[in-house]
Design a protein around this ligand. Structure first.
Ligand SMILES: [Zn+2]
Length: 521
């Protein structure tokens, strides 16, 4: 160890500085405790990135060091740094409880601004929610900052804002009003990336005049009642509504590629006009609208995710997206057959159906799922996630009218987390489609996997069932089953060896390879 230290101490200073530059700040702090050579270089003063983050730094140091040495490390690294050595980035993630006076933070920010800091990232947890740290006005008139990320602070604009180089602005849990945000946004014309989250003081938000804005995320601003966005270069928009219904006005924009809306207050007209307003849209995600009629028509759309609420059990869906490659549907009911049959699915490569608490047993369900399998037969992958109180039963009277199983599906993934009789799910699923592989996803109940494995293992060569049915069950078609990998085999062996199977879930994926007879002999 002594020899190792000697070697480090004999390295040339410029190499030592390079090594230090690659280390996180907390490791640099530790290294300065270990080595004379590091200390001699006063390493903080040469680093271009200073990142002080109390959760990891303090937790590891508090055992041996008091908080004051951490605070001293920040203080000396900023104050002792020569004024002509610029700082690329300063991150301060601190608990104000650990700081004697907020003026200390003011002085650190001053020191960083004097050293022409480009990226400033402040997350200052207040002593009490009522008294967040008030940001000094200086932050808002500096010509060098390109990235500004502020969390849990108070923003009060007094005086002019001048942030001519700012490209990225992130405001989280900031105490501010709409006037302050409006003034800030309108004074930073080069912003490309804007992130506003959990700013409870906002009731209205107007984003306009930003010709370069290509990414905007507005998330959980609980009191927001109206948001207006007019950004001609916007490519990516994420909007999560807060507690209250909030009107959204989005000016058409030809570059928009991704639109992700959670609980939006939108109209069906908005959806119907997507094609003309946002002609290059490729990804659309809508989670929990209140709409009972959802009609989406778009010719460029490649990826669509729809998540419906229990109140939308009767929602009417119409999807016309001929270039759709990936479709995810999550809801409490299968989409109506009319929706599925009207979908143009020739481009579809990946489909995911997620049943959430399906307890509305209806025999319509199975034909719809079967139709969905038929429509998805070009898919490489189908994910089916079932959390159901009822079994997916094909009533006996319905069996004669079912068409033969779908063969073209290559890979079927199942996650079955909750059900009273697992054997029905297996029988019905394999009645409807004969995939080349069946993967059981992690999160599936272990009892389901055991029932499945036993069904495969105990399958007879010439089953005696289905004598009176024209379309026979999967047992007659299945030629061979193989467990796909050693990991899958190990997981199954462990589950079989368990004496008492609880509601535990598998924690890895188990895959079976299935060989089918295309026609019955
Ligand atoms: Zn049978």
């Amino acid at each position: 160890m002594a020899e190792e230290q000697d070697r480090i101490s004999h390295l040339p200073d410029d190499i030592l500085i390079r090594i230090l530059g690659l280390l996180p700040t907390k490791d640099v702090a530790r290294s300065s405790l270990l080595s004379q050579a590091w200390r001699k270089l006063s390493p903080f003063s040469s680093l271009s990135l200073l990142m002080f983050q109390c959760p990891d730094f303090l937790e590891s140091c508090r055992k041996n060091t008091d908080v004051s040495s951490f605070i001293n490390a920040i203080d000396s690294s900023l104050r002792l740094r020569p004024k002509d050595v610029n700082l690329a980035r300063l991150r301060l993630h601190l608990d104000l409880d650990d700081i004697e006076s907020e003026s200390l933070i003011d002085s650190w920010i001053d020191a960083a601004l004097e050293r022409k800091v480009k990226e400033l990232d402040l997350y200052l947890r207040p002593r009490s929610i009522a008294k967040p740290y008030g940001l000094p006005a200086k932050i808002f008139s500096t010509t060098t900052i390109t990235v500004l990320s502020l969390e849990q602070c108070r923003l009060e604009i007094c005086g002019d804002i001048d942030l001519p180089a700012l490209r990225k602005l992130c405001l989280r849990q900031i105490r501010c009003d709409e006037q302050a945000i409006r003034q800030l946004i309108s004074s930073c014309p080069l912003i490309e990336d804007l992130d506003i989250a959990s700013c409870g003081g906002l009731q209205k938000l107007h984003v306009s005049g930003l010709a370069n804005l290509h990414r905007l995320e507005v998330i959980c601003c609980y009191n927001l009642r109206r948001i207006e966005i007019d950004a001609p270069s916007l490519q990516h928009l994420v909007y999560h509504c807060g507690r209250l219904p909030c009107d959204m006005v989005l000016t058409p924009c030809e570059f928009l590629r991704e639109l992700i809306l959670h609980d939006p207050h939108i109209t069906n007209d908005f959806l119907q006009n997507l094609d003309s307003g946002f002609p290059n849209l490729e990804r659309l995600e809508i989670d929990s609208t209140r709409l009972q009629r959802i009609e989406i028509s778009h010719h460029q759309l490649k990826r669509l995710e729809l998540k419906l609420t229990p109140l939308q059990k009767e929602a009417k869906l119409k999807i016309d997206a001929p270039n759709l490659q990936s479709f995810t549907y999550s809801g409490y009911r299968m989409p109506l057959t009319s929706t599925i049959s009207s979908m143009n699915t020739s481009s579809l490569r990946e489909a995911e159906i997620h049943f959430r608490n399906y307890n509305d047993y209806s025999h319509f369900f199975i034909p719809q799922l079967k139709e969905f399998f038929e429509k998805s037969k070009n898919c490489q992958v189908i994910n089916l996630l079932i959390k159901s109180k009822e079994e997916l039963i094909i009533p006996r009277k319905l069996r004669p009218i079912l068409s033969p199983p779908v063969y073209d599906i290559k890979h079927l993934y199942l996650r079955v987390s909750y059900c009273s009789r697992f054997q029905y799910i297996i029988d019905r699923m394999l009645w409807m489609c004969h995939p080349q592989t069946l993967s059981i996803l992690s999160g599936t109940n272990v009892r389901f996997l055991k029932v499945l494995y036993n069904k495969f293992r105990n399958k007879e060569e010439n089953p005696k069932c289905c004598t009176s049915c024209s379309i026979k069950c999967w047992r007659h078609y299945l030629k061979d089953v193989q467990i796909d990998s050693d990991e899958s085999r190990l997981e199954i062996d462990q589950i079989i060896a368990m004496p008492e199977l609880s509601q535990k879930s598998t924690n890895c994926k188990v895959r079976f390879r299935l060989k089918w007879r295309s026609q019955l002999l």
